[in-house]
Write a protein that binds this ligand. Structure first.
Ligand code: SAH
Length: 283
């Protein structure tokens, strides 16, 4: 990880990417190129390449268990994260026509041109958050107080909730915000010990000041730079994981920003990604 410039006053963000790239990137896993929200044609190609689990209605637990085993084989090791993937039924979050693909490692359309991310990509991002700098062995909820930007269908927010003290999730598209609300209502009804998510309809580029600061911030949409409010709302000991454009290549890279317990900022990149665009305003 690269250190923020020394001196009493931390440098204002967004940092220039040349500062990030000047230092060795965090070692990437075999999952070199993360493709969380590949365009829909990529998602369709992925689906063609993978076998479709059969009999999901009868056997959804077994199919879900196989997805978790694949995540483990793919390098996800955080036990509570794997438990979260086992606890949250992904097929509740996708359209009925797509339930047979719910446990494949692929992004899937959720309406309005948006996609639910691949489980392996969600897993990689959450696992990065689970080792935020402020974590101690006594920490009960590894993600602490978590801000999720881009609720979409609510699946990622549900996973985050299992690992957090509290999750605030922001979505700019009203119809998706309402869809996530309905999906999470089902979890609230059917899952014992469900810890509710606070869903916010609004522009996530502004973060969500009323509940700040956050120990962890995760974005499911990528822009040219990490918005300044996210940095300001990151608590000491906290970590932010978000896609960000590398101006030199035009490619998105997964960006990790830590606010150390002493308040200093550190930034690193963890490989190329492809997310839907981060847009301002609400619709
Ligand atoms: N995590 C989601 C993925 C949704 S796709 C899931 O599990 O389904 C990314 C989402 O980010 C889209 O729904 C898009 O509308 C949303 N988004 C893009 N820009 C945003 C912004 N400024 N504020 C809030 N949400 C935004």
């Amino acid at each position: 990880m690269s250190s923020a410039p020394s001196g009493n006053k931390p440098r204002r963000f967004p940092l220039r990417l040349d500062q990030v790239a000047a230092t060795p990137a965090r070692p990437t896993s075999p999952r070199e190129l993360l493709r969380p929200q590949a365009p829909l044609e990529h998602a369709a190609r992925d689906r063609r390449q993978q076998s479709t689990p059969q009999g999901l209605g009868m056997d959804s637990r077994a199919v879900q268990r196989r997805m978790v085993e694949r995540l483990y084989a793919d390098g996800i090791r955080h036990q509570r994260l794997l438990e979260a993937f086992s606890a949250i039924p992904r097929h509740w979050f996708v359209d009925s026509a797509l339930v047979n693909q719910a446990y494949e490692d692929t992004s899937l359309p959720i309406g309005l041109g948006q996609t639910i991310s691949k489980p392996s990509v969600i897993g990689s991002m959450i696992e990065l958050l689970c080792v935020r700098p402020g974590l101690t062995p006594e920490t009960v909820h590894p993600l602490g107080h978590c801000l999720d930007i881009g609720t979409g269908c609510g699946y990622q927010a549900a996973l985050l909730s299992v690992l957090s003290r509290r999750v605030v999730s922001v979505e700019r598209l009203r119809d998706l915000h309402l869809k996530a609300r309905a999906n999470l209502d089902r979890l609230r009804r059917d899952m014992p010990h469900w810890q509710d998510v606070r869903l916010v309809y609004g522009d996530g580029m502004l973060g969500h000041p009323p509940n700040a600061p956050y120990d962890t911030i995760i974005a499911a949409a990528g822009g040219a730079a990490v918005p300044q409010p996210w940095i300001e709302q990151l608590a000491p000991g906290g970590r932010l994981v978000a896609p960000m454009e590398d101006p030199r290549t035009g490619h998105q890279v997964l960006t990790i920003i830590d606010r150390l317990p002493n308040g200093q900022l550190q930034q690193a990149v963890a490989g190329q990604v492809l997310f839907v665009p981060l847009k301002s305003g609400t619709t």
